[in-house]
Design a protein around this ligand. Structure first.
Ligand code: AMP
Ligand code: MG
Length: 521
């Protein structure tokens, strides 16, 4: 088993001079060296075979004692020096000061086939950034992050990956509902991989402390390793960097909207500087289409992180990043132009993306309007987003209105009680859609094939994750395995898994862990 270890991040930035692993403010440093806690009896539940292969490792390698020790934090690779990163962040619209890797420990960087993988354990014990928390993670939230990282990857959306999930054999105390009833849960550790885990918050913490020297070191490092094509000089370089982060962030949110993913905690410490989806906590997938839906109970009041607000929040977060980078750029109009551009680009690309989901070319205004109006209609009546977009691909040029209505009807949660008024709206919309597809040169099959590449058939609905967790708590990992395999090919028909192509079951409508999730993890 080959390791090709690097430590570019720790070489580029100064380390915390204090070695003691105790909660505290860490100034003038990018990270603190810290040793993971030894779990009492680690057990590998699952590993990502294709990701392991990307690292140059076989399935046998992944089942070795050595990898179990390494990915559970039981042993440290002799050529590595694990560390926790220092970052800050704006949480729910307010500056929260220092946050940092409170329960994440970076092991090393491993390079294979020119790809850099930063290895990070989540739940391997406290660090100087743990504040008054324990640095641990429970099986429940670890399964959610493990499955979702890989589901998002296989949807072709940029994300941090998850290489392994290991139970620690230790118990962890959590108050799931935050209602004063804590209980013991199984502890677990996932190993996450990404080219880098740097967040907006890493820049913000230096800017907030007027530590311009380290701000510059961090930005230069990020550009050199992850945006190497940016070769402009000084202030222009940093502006070009900000432009690209802004573009990547826009691309990411557009993808999330397309597949109905709601992150749930888009604080600036959860925004990757590489435009990756990162930190899967109380996320969710839109089931009945509702732009005001947020899966996060902590956000139930303000609904800041609701599905329909993700682009606005991303822009707000980019404003915070612009403020942090300002000392290196010192050009307010130029930064404002980038932010304005985010807005205008979104206004153009969002309706186009929606039209593409319907197999329409999005060049004609009609197409975009039809696609936008559809989102209002979907929201009027409980309609399953994933099922709707997948079914409407079966519409054909020779069909009449009622045929199409029949095709989409399994997407409605309450078809029996649909009012005549709503039915009429659907009729009108379908009439216009039929005109659009009849006027298109694409064949029905071509359109359907294109649509199915944009509209997943299978997404990780919260009730599905809940079933996998429930079984895993009883040491039955069949659902976990099945969902993992299912979600590897989310755009494929996979008739053998048709049972997962259904609306959320009634029992899951109000169940904790299915409809709403707390941040407790
Ligand atoms: P999150 O909301 O999960 O993005 O976490 C926000 C901050 O809280 C980060 O700095 C985390 O490292 C920290 N944090 C969350 N849970 C724990 C925990 N169990 N122990 C230590 N730090 C934690
Ligand atoms: Mg976080």
């Amino acid at each position: 088993m080959q390791f090709n270890l690097h430590n570019s991040f720790t070489s580029a930035l100064p380390a915390d001079s204090i070695q003691e692993n105790k909660s505290r403010q860490v100034e003038g440093a990018g990270y603190s060296y810290v040793i993971p806690r030894k779990p009492s009896s680690p057990k590998m539940l699952h590993f990502a075979d294709e990701l392991a292969a990307d690292c140059g490792w076989t399935s046998e390698d992944m089942q070795s004692e050595w990898i179990l020790h390494l990915l559970s934090g039981s042993e440290i690779h002799p050529e590595s020096q694990p560390y926790a990163m220092c970052y800050g962040g704006h949480q729910f619209g307010h500056w929260a000061g220092q946050l940092g890797d409170g329960r994440a420990i970076n092991l090393f960087e491993h390079i294979h086939n020119g790809h850099r993988f930063s290895f990070q354990l989540k739940g391997a014990g406290p660090t100087p950034y743990s504040r008054n928390a324990d640095g641990l993670a429970v099986l429940r939230s670890s399964i959610r992050e493990y499955l979702c990282s890989e589901a998002i990857h296989y949807l072709s959306i940029p994300t941090t990956r998850a290489l392994s999930i290991i139970t620690t054999g230790d118990e962890v105390l959590r108050d799931v509902l935050y209602d004063g009833h804590p209980a013991m849960e199984k502890g677990a550790i996932i190993c996450r991989l990404a080219p880098s885990f740097i967040r907006f918050g890493n820049f913000e913490i230096f800017a907030s402390r007027k530590d311009i020297k380290n701000l510059k070191l961090l930005t230069d490092y990020t550009i050199q390793y992850f945006y190497p094509h940016i070769t402009s000089n000084e202030a222009t370089k940093y502006l070009d960097f900000f432009k690209e982060v802004s573009q990547r962030t826009l691309d990411l949110i557009l993808d999330w909207q397309r597949v109905g993913f709601v992150h749930g905690v888009m604080n600036t410490d959860n925004m990757s500087i590489l435009g990756l989806s990162i930190d899967y906590g109380p996320y969710g997938w839109v089931e009945d289409y509702d732009p005001n839906w947020t899966p996060n109970t902590t956000d139930a009041q303000g609904k800041r992180y609701r599905y329909g607000n993700q682009a606005n929040v991303a822009l707000w977060n980019l404003v915070q990043l612009a403020n942090a980078l300002y000392p290196l750029i010192e050009n307010v109009p130029a930064l404002e132009e980038v932010l304005e551009n985010f807005h205008t680009t979104w206004e153009m690309r969002y309706p186009a993306m929606l039209a593409n989901k319907l197999g329409l070319n999005a060049i004609e205004t009609d197409h975009k309007n039809l696609a936008l109006e559809l989102t209002n209609l979907l929201a009027e009546e409980e309609t399953d987003m994933t099922i709707f977009y997948r079914l409407i691909a079966h519409a054909e040029k020779t069909m009449i209105n009622t045929d199409v209505f029949q095709i989409i009807s399994p997407a409605f949660y309450n078809l029996e009680v649909m009012t005549d008024e709503i039915k009429l709206k659907w009729q009108n919309w379908i009439d216009r859609y039929l005109i659009c597809i009849k006027g298109d040169t694409k064949s029905d099959l071509e359109r359907k094939t294109e649509m199915n590449k944009l509209n997943p058939k299978y997404v990780l609905r919260n009730y599905m994750a809940h079933l996998a967790i429930d079984a895993a708590e009883k040491e039955d990992y069949r659902v976990l395995n099945e969902l993992y395999n299912l979600l590897k090919k989310p755009y494929d028909e996979q008739p053998e898994y048709e049972k997962w192509f259904v609306k959320r079951p009634e029992w899951a409508r109000t169940k904790i862990g299915c409809s709403m999730l707390s941040c407790s993890s």
